[in-house]
Design a protein around this ligand. Sequence first.
Ligand SMILES: Nc1ncnc2c1ncn2[C@@H]1O[C@H](COP(=O)(O)OP(=O)(O)OP(=O)(O)O)[C@@H](O)[C@H]1O
Ligand SMILES: Nc1ncnc2c1ncn2[C@@H]1O[C@H](COP(=O)(O)OP(=O)(O)OP(=O)(O)O)[C@@H](O)[C@H]1O
Ligand SMILES: [Mg+2]
Ligand SMILES: [Mg+2]
Lengths: 168, 168, 158, 158
Amino acid sequence: MRIKKLEISGFKSFSDRTVLTFEEGLSAIVGPNGCGKSNIVDAVRWVMGEQSARMLRGRSMEDLIFGGSDTRGAVGMAEVTMTLDLTIGTVPARYVDYSEIQVTRRAFRDGTSEYFIQKVPCRLKDIADIFVGTGAHSRAYSIIEQAKIGFIVTAKPEERRTVIEEAA
Amino acid sequence: MRIKKLEISGFKSFSDRTVLTFEEGLSAIVGPNGCGKSNIVDAVRWVMGEQSARMLRGRSMEDLIFGGSDTRGAVGMAEVTMTLDLTIGTVPARYVDYSEIQVTRRAFRDGTSEYFIQKVPCRLKDIADIFVGTGAHSRAYSIIEQAKIGFIVTAKPEERRTVIEEAA
Amino acid sequence: SRVRFKEAFDAINERFEKVFPRLFGGGKAKLVLTEEDNLLESGVEIVAQAPGKKLQPVELLSGGEKALAAVSLVFSVFLYHPSPFCILDEVDAPLDDVNVDRVNEMIREMSMFTQFLLITHNKRTMEICDALFGVTMDEPGVSKVVQVDLRRAAELAA
Amino acid sequence: SRVRFKEAFDAINERFEKVFPRLFGGGKAKLVLTEEDNLLESGVEIVAQAPGKKLQPVELLSGGEKALAAVSLVFSVFLYHPSPFCILDEVDAPLDDVNVDRVNEMIREMSMFTQFLLITHNKRTMEICDALFGVTMDEPGVSKVVQVDLRRAAELAA
Ligand SMILES: Nc1ncnc2c1ncn2[C@@H]1O[C@H](COP(=O)(O)OP(=O)(O)OP(=O)(O)O)[C@@H](O)[C@H]1O
Ligand SMILES: Nc1ncnc2c1ncn2[C@@H]1O[C@H](COP(=O)(O)OP(=O)(O)OP(=O)(O)O)[C@@H](O)[C@H]1O
Ligand SMILES: [Mg+2]
Ligand SMILES: [Mg+2]
């Protein structure tokens, strides 16, 4: 499993539909301060099912929807689609016949969220099930937030055990 | 008042007596990870009277005394002397006749500390008095610890008021 | 006392309103008292608007923008009540080159009345300094300091 | 369960004992259980010794050494239980060039079985990547992404 494509629209500072297509190999995301790099990381955590606005650096889920700028008005919906290439690495049993699957999440200002797999509505749990056992999920140690790398070292011993538990 | 010279010996990773002489203008301290740059900042806070080992990134005051390396044994005493040039800027009333003063602090493994001004033993309070009202003291906002610059922004509103109070 | 706090607050806020847009290349920011009528205990909020963006709480700023907003506030306090010296330990680490240059330019100006010691890995910051102290551990575990030139400093920081 | 935790702990520790000296260019480190006889609740300590230095608690490490020790642990977990993808948001910010290169070399090797997305301002890290995505806000407040080459990426990160 690997991330093949990300489509972000209306999520945080991405007012217009933005597409990132990831080929094999190493990818870097660069740009000046405040341009939206870490927002891309938040988009990945969110589409994987993250439910806490604070973990996505917002106060409420509404902070995740594009709130406007000097030249644009606020939008009413945030949507992120992540296309996963299933031809390599570990794949959840249910999806071994697929070469790729698309996971989509939407949120509206009234607080409702919608989830889709292959454009078919599903529950949050169905999305979470895709990632179970792979080591990747919205709060996994495989997504290191900006300025938080030192946490594992400065955390208390009881907190550190969760990193081992996740891998067990 | 400005820092003219720093003499560090036996403090943290500075086993040998080390002297930094600061001319007018901007000074930079550079070097690889773990070489001792932030230890110099700790030396300044310590000689100005910092009493908490935690503020100096140690667990106890004994962590501040050179603890040895592959090639050196531990030493028994840490000593830092800071020479202040009093010919410019604000100067405490008591010292207007001096062109410079030397402040020294020593610590031993048995936990005792000694303080000196112009090599004459004094109390911690005498050292603190030198800096009163100048805006410089061991915990002033004018010494920004590594990775802590964001604190003022992420702190609670009640905590932020202390920055204003200090300047009042 | 109440009066002195309010006076300091107003003076620092006035400077913050100028320093923030200077370091951000635009936008605006200000300090707000959480309890106007209780000066002895009131908290201080920061409201900031990066250039072209909406006014929002500082929590929504990016990592680099937060560091820049914090530097703006610290410098504003300095401009009101200068400190004899200022030591900045790698405050430029989260900043991009444009913001590093803006901060350094302001440090250069303030160094007329405040002594600055800058700990940095950033070569752009080294270039604006008059003296460079290289800290090494040629003997592992034992720190030594030598005065260096720019070329040697860049090697050491490597 | 108890057995699985112990098995994971031992396997990760075995890798940590190899990865740490590789990233630090020497020294040694290991993980220690705070309560051997209570596997369901025991905490995990990290004991680390940077090259040439004494064995000491991780709190006494420098800012960059702490980040490097943390990266060593995360990579050790990966080597035991690879994750399909890994996203690192400016983990190279506190590191000097030598340590950036060591970390990047290891990322390069691990990218055979794990997909890496690296957010960085560091040109050395950009140089090891196969694809570079430049995020801009030409229209202030509105993010756009373009694929860029190294030269353009260095300008954008400036
Ligand atoms: N809901 C929203 N609507 C509009 N803009 C938003 C929203 N949420 C966050 N932003 C903007 O996104 C910006 C932060 O983006 P992000 O944290 O991704 O920056 P970055 O590229 O990681 O920068 P740095 O290099 O400083 O870490 C902020 O300036 C904020 O104004
Ligand atoms: N009492 C002591 N005796 C010997 N060495 C010590 C003592 N206290 C701290 N150290 C050493 O000092 C080193 C840390 O130094 P410091 O934090 O100044 O590094 P730095 O140059 O700031 O690095 P970075 O660029 O990573 O921030 C540690 O590696 C630690 O081993
Ligand atoms: Mg960021
Ligand atoms: Mg440091």
